[in-house]
Design a protein around this ligand. Structure first.
Ligand SMILES: Cc1cc2nc3c(=O)[nH]c(=O)nc-3n(C[C@H](O)[C@H](O)[C@H](O)COP(=O)(O)OP(=O)(O)OC[C@H]3O[C@@H](n4cnc5c(N)ncnc54)[C@H](O)[C@@H]3O)c2cc1C
Length: 376
């Protein structure tokens, strides 16, 4: 394949870009994924905890909750598919999540906002102690959300990228997209640090840095980075069987007795390093629920930048006014969870297939762009 010209160019080798590349190449499209770094998942996707928390997260819009549920429910099958194609195990974990509760008042409050759904159950303090014997013994009980799942997001992104490649997609690493190649209201391709690449359709999936690319064209797609830190500890034996999801901290059990403790939240912070106080905060918060965490071995800590729009909703769809230009970005705290449905929606749009059962209006990429016509 000559990579100077493709059907679709995807800017960004994060989970959103790679998922779309995977689906489009599966449908026979010639796809080129361009990533500025030397590896896939070098941005937020490589920093995420991998929770697919459709029932536990607050989404700010009922349609986004609907998309989240559809997306989460597709991952068990996807994990099998990717393993066959790429030989990468994304470590799908279907044990469910618990949200532990301190007292009756807290239980009442939480259930008001996040009522029990289909297979969710209430665990009394006795049941909780039986299921998770290392937790704080003074807890009132827990909500058990059976449908929630989790994976390793770095592996997911890489598995999607390698599988896309197997299906014929091109990955172009170490290549930065410098500007869009536009002509007469149409997108023609992109100008990169390695020259110009042409395609009739360009999808921008470059995380929080996307706004900088569009600003050059006078296009307004506001995004801010929300920095988050995670700590990994290792324990002698498994201390937690289910992912623990609370307001103050979450704890995600991974293979070989590793626990990921996350995450801090610093809007507007673009700095790259992990703060000592971030690590202390996460470990102290985790210790309240699981006292033995303090005795575990510190393994590593990392951070990433969640891409957040002003209304907290992602941008998914075509950019009105520039034919062939599409956006898939701004998934904030739930880009891994929403990657599957976002890629499906966008792959359909690119092929001219409607998504009749979904209301995609709240996610229009140009919803903050009032003067785009004048800007072109
Ligand atoms: C600490 C933390 C914990 C999280 N936990 C979860 C979780 O448990 N579950 C969940 O669903 N979500 C979680 N998230 C959110 C999730 O990580 C993001 O929403 C998601 O990864 C966004 O994916 P993306 O592909 O849009 O962006 P990114 O992963 O940032 O990918 C964008 C890519 O574009 C590349 N790029 C940028 N500009 C250019 C350019 N000009 N040219 C070429 N390439 C470019 C970047 O290098 C990057 O690789 C978490 C995030 C953080 C930080």
């Amino acid at each position: 394949m000559n990579i100077a010209s493709s059907d679709v160019i995807i800017v960004g080798g994060g989970v959103i870009g790679c998922f779309l590349g995977y689906l489009l190449s599966k449908r026979g499209k010639q796809v080129l994924i361009i990533e500025q770094s030397s590896r896939l998942a070098s941005g937020a996707s490589g920093a995420a905890a991998g929770m697919l928390a459709a029932d536990s997260e607050h989404f700010g819009h009922p349609e986004l909750m609907n998309l989240a549920t559809l997306s989460r429910n597709s991952f068990a099958q996807l994990a099998r598919e990717l393993r066959e194609l790429s030989n990468v195990d994304i470590e799908f974990n279907g044990q469910g999540f618990i949200t532990p509760i301190r007292d009756q008042e807290e239980a009442y409050d939480l259930l008001q906002h996040f009522p029990l759904k289909g297979n969710d159950t209430w665990w009394t303090s006795t049941k909780l102690a039986e299921m998770e014997p290392f937790l704080n013994s003074g807890l009132h009980g827990a909500i058990f959300r059976r449908e929630e799942t989790q994976i390793i997001p770095q592996k997911l992104t890489q598995a999607l990228g390698y599988s896309a490649q197997k299906q014929g997609a091109e990955l172009c690493l170490n290549t930065k997209v410098m500007s869009l190649y536009l002509e007469g209201g149409h997108v023609k391709g992109v100008h990169t640090s390695r020259g110009t690449f042409e395609a009739g359709q360009v999808v921008l999936a470059s995380g929080w840095q996307l706004c900088e690319l569009l600003e050059q064209q006078g296009l307004n797609l506001p995004l801010i980075p929300v920095k988050g830190e995670i700590v990994e500890v290792r324990t002698e034996r498994p201390l937690l069987h289910h992912t623990l999801y609370s307001e103050s901290v979450y704890m995600v059990p991974k293979s070989t007795n590793r626990l990921w403790l996350g995450a801090t939240s610093m809007p507007g912070d673009r700095s790259p390093g992990v703060r000592a106080m971030g690590i202390r905060h996460l470990i102290e918060s985790a210790e309240y629920w699981l006292p033995a965490v303090g005795q575990s071995t510190f393994e590593r800590a990392w951070c990433g930048h969640r891409p957040k729009s002003p209304d907290g909703l992602p941008y998914i769809g075509e950019w009105a006014g520039i034919e062939g230009l599409y956006v898939a970005a701004g998934h904030y705290r739930n880009g891994v969870l929403l990657s599957s449905i976002t890629a499906t929606i966008l792959a359909n749009i690119l092929e001219g297939i409607h998504n009749p059962d979904l209301n995609l209006k709240p996610f229009r990429p140009d919803r903050f762009q009032y003067h785009y016509e004048g800007a072109l």
